[in-house]
Design a protein around this ligand. Structure first.
Ligand SMILES: [Zn+2]
Ligand SMILES: [Zn+2]
Length: 504
């Protein structure tokens, strides 16, 4: 049982591994301090198919990671860890689905929705090897009423996103976002990023600086062109509609809403986030086809929500049209279900990031110049899971084991499973890596407390706070633990996972 070495750390070029030690007699030891300024970044993971979007104020955070490694407390060194069958404790995931419809674009009928969701479920089960997602139709809203209801422009969620908005028709200064952009790009190795480009273009993007320069150029040019386009004889970005076609506005509304887990829209969404430019958005058509985003009021996807748009398959605008000719309705529904909804569920449920160098069987892979329909055809032609994604699935499975044992108050088994989850979880995950690590460390702290190991309970909650300082539950719990260590009255026994609902 241990506080594990958190994976991904040593892959980061800025990581400084000071020492790693094992100390006998069940004592813990701090093993790693690391300076990482790229950790506390992503909150939303998006797409045209997707990427990670974070809060600028967090982007320069320097994080000291302290990990305790414990030996021998509860199991002799070398003893095998108990194993459970894959996904034995995967939760049933029941998702509330709403359609948000824009009168300028093609409708999504009840039959369309049913077809999309059936295909999404099939593709998800094929690629991830578990069939645990169910959908509930929560009806339709006009895009106007969705934004009226959920986009509060006085909110912090709106304000911090507005600060990184690309303003159409204006000169936009990318330099103030450069640090954030570079940190975002460095979530992927250069090799991985290069996998996105066709072989003949890779020499142009031989460094992160090259990719950054390409993004600035492409985004500026493409948004200028999109601003000239029309739909139904009217400008696509006309003032009365532009608000509903801003990706940053969508992110704010998705964060603030409290009703839905899956939002399907027929609308066009402009990729207008200057700070975290996903290559597969910027280098294609600068639109968003889907996103896995932060939605802390929704527990079904652990504080996430997914959104997908059918616009890319419905539109006749040549700039956006991915394939020649109209996409038949059933094809559009299948592609949306498989290539958009199931993909976004892969982000939200397994914490998978977008990939650029995985194979044709990978639901999370993206390639330049590959249309949705082509991507979908590859998935159908190459059924089954992606081997390169397996570590994310295994890590998430271990987390679910931890949640299961925690809920049953089987503390030792819970700690073992959480430890495995932390060891396996790659640093590049959907959402906020530090937030996720903190949540697991907090749970371990509660479990250690339940076992009476207060020093390790303290290590756990200290780790949680180092990775994510914004959840007040962690600070409160740390006070309880410290009070106990000082001999004050005992805090309540290890609770049910309160952080599940409070920590996004
Ligand atoms: Zn994606
Ligand atoms: Zn993969």
């Amino acid at each position: 049982m241990s506080f594990p070495v958190i994976p991904g750390l040593t892959r980061n070029p800025e990581a400084i591994v000071i020492t790693g030690s094992r100390i006998k007699c069940g004592m813990t030891f701090v093993i790693i301090c690391s300076k990482i300024d790229s950790l506390f970044r992503g909150n939303d993971s998006l797409w045209t198919r997707c990427h990670f979007v974070g809060d600028p104020k967090k982007t320069t955070a320097i994080v000291l990671l302290m990990l305790g490694l414990i030996v021998g407390n509860f199991r002799p060194l070398g003893a095998a860890e108990p194993e459970t069958p894959p996904f034995a404790h995967a939760p049933q995931v029941t998702l509330s689905v709403v359609r948000v419809l824009d009168g300028d674009f093609a409708y999504i009928s009840d039959a369309d929705l049913a077809a999309m969701l059936a295909t999404a479920r099939r593709m998800y089960a094929d690629k991830f090897g578990v069939d645990h997602v169910r959908f509930i139709d929560a009806g339709r809203l006009s895009i106007e009423s969705f934004f009226e209801r959920f986009l509060d422009k006085k909110s912090e969620a709106y304000r911090r996103r507005d600060a990184r908005r690309f303003h159409v028709g204006e000169a936009n200064d990318f330099s103030r976002h450069k640090q954030t952009i570079m940190a975002f790009l460095k979530k992927w190795s250069l090799d991985e990023l290069q996998g996105f480009f066709p072989a003949e273009e890779r020499a142009r993007y031989a460094s992160y600086e090259d990719v950054h320069a390409g993004i600035v150029e492409q985004m500026t040019e493409k948004v200028a062109e999109i601003a000239t386009l029309q739909v139904g004889g009217k400008p696509l970005l006309r003032p009365e509609k532009a608000e509903y076609r801003s990706f940053l506005n969508w992110l704010a509304a998705l964060e603030l809403q409290d009703r839905y887990d899956v939002v399907l829209t027929n609308g066009f969404i402009l990729y207008d986030d200057m700070s975290q430019p996903s290559p597969h958005s910027i280098f294609s058509t600068c639109k968003v086809g889907g996103v896995s985003a932060k939605s802390p009021k929704r527990p079904a996807l652990d504080g996430r929500v997914i959104m997908g748009s059918t616009f890319g398959m419905d539109t006749d605008i040549p700039f956006f049209k991915e394939t020649a000719g109209a996409t038949p309705r059933d094809r559009r529904n299948d592609v949306t279900g498989a290539y958009v909804i199931a993909h976004e569920l892969g982000h939200a449920i397994f914490k998978l990031p977008d990939h650029y160098n995985h194979g044709p069987e990978c639901l999370m892979n993206n390639a330049k110049n590959q249309s949705y329909e082509e991507g979908y055809a590859l998935l159908v032609a190459h059924p089954g899971p992606c081997a390169k994604c397996a570590v994310w699935l295994s890590a998430r499975d271990a987390f679910w084991d931890g949640e299961y044992f925690f809920s049953r108050q089987e503390w030792k088994a819970a700690i073992d499973a959480y430890t495995k989850a932390l060891k396996q979880t790659p640093q590049n995950v959907d959402g906020h890596y530090g937030e996720y690590v903190a949540r697991v460390a907090y749970r371990m702290s509660r479990a250690y407390a339940a076992l009476g190991d207060w020093p390790l309970a303290l290590k756990g909650v200290e780790t949680a706070l180092r990775f994510y300082q914004w959840d007040p539950a962690y600070a409160e719990w740390k006070k309880d633990v410290e009070a106990h260590l000082k001999g004050a009255s005992a805090p309540p026994p290890a609770a049910q996972p309160s952080a599940a609902s409070s920590a996004p």
